[in-house]
Ligand binder design. Sequence first.
Ligand code: 5GP
Length: 193
Amino acid sequence: MKELIERIKTDGRVLGEGVLKVDSFVTHQVDPVLMTQIGERFAECFADSNITKVVTIEASGIAPALYAAQFLGVPMVFARKSKSLTMNEELLTSEVYSFTKQITSTISISRKFLSAEDNVLIIDDFLANGQAAKGLIELCRQAGANVEGIGIVIEKSFQDGRQLLEDMGLKVVSLARIESLSNGEVSFLKEDA
Ligand code: 5GP
């Protein structure tokens, strides 16, 4: 997506360890104009998929997921992260290892917000090793919901996440695909949308 790639080029910052900082427009301060375009693009890509719900994980997935849900005309539900969560029959839960925080957290969605009738589009801000998406897929499967596809704002294609999700037979749409962050430079692959 041209507007997103241009913005990454001007405002993205490469940190060490293969991390891209986009806190001025995606992950902390959020640009609503760009987010609207992102949501619209995801909705276009999944327009014929009969999506009933958009699912993401707090916090940075919420903005793109909400705009996508608005354009698809369906609800958005986000998984909560909690350290002190105990098993509860009202909750769907799974474990996610965070790439950036390097901790494992238990994520949960209330059972009443996902059901076997749902056809889900999972959205997240970044795809690195695919652990956040895998945790969300697990929550959907616990509910008996179908995962129709995954929408990613920024994919780091030099990590294993996309392969993991495609090996599960899932359609992955990434709006920006980063080939490399070597030497402080961002280089891009051809994006999906
Ligand atoms: P994964 O679970 O695919 O390994 O990592 C995806 C999650 O880690 C995203 O939800 C995102 O919050 C975070 N993440 C991974 N890589 C980056 C990155 O380069 N920059 C930022 N800001 N977040 C990242």
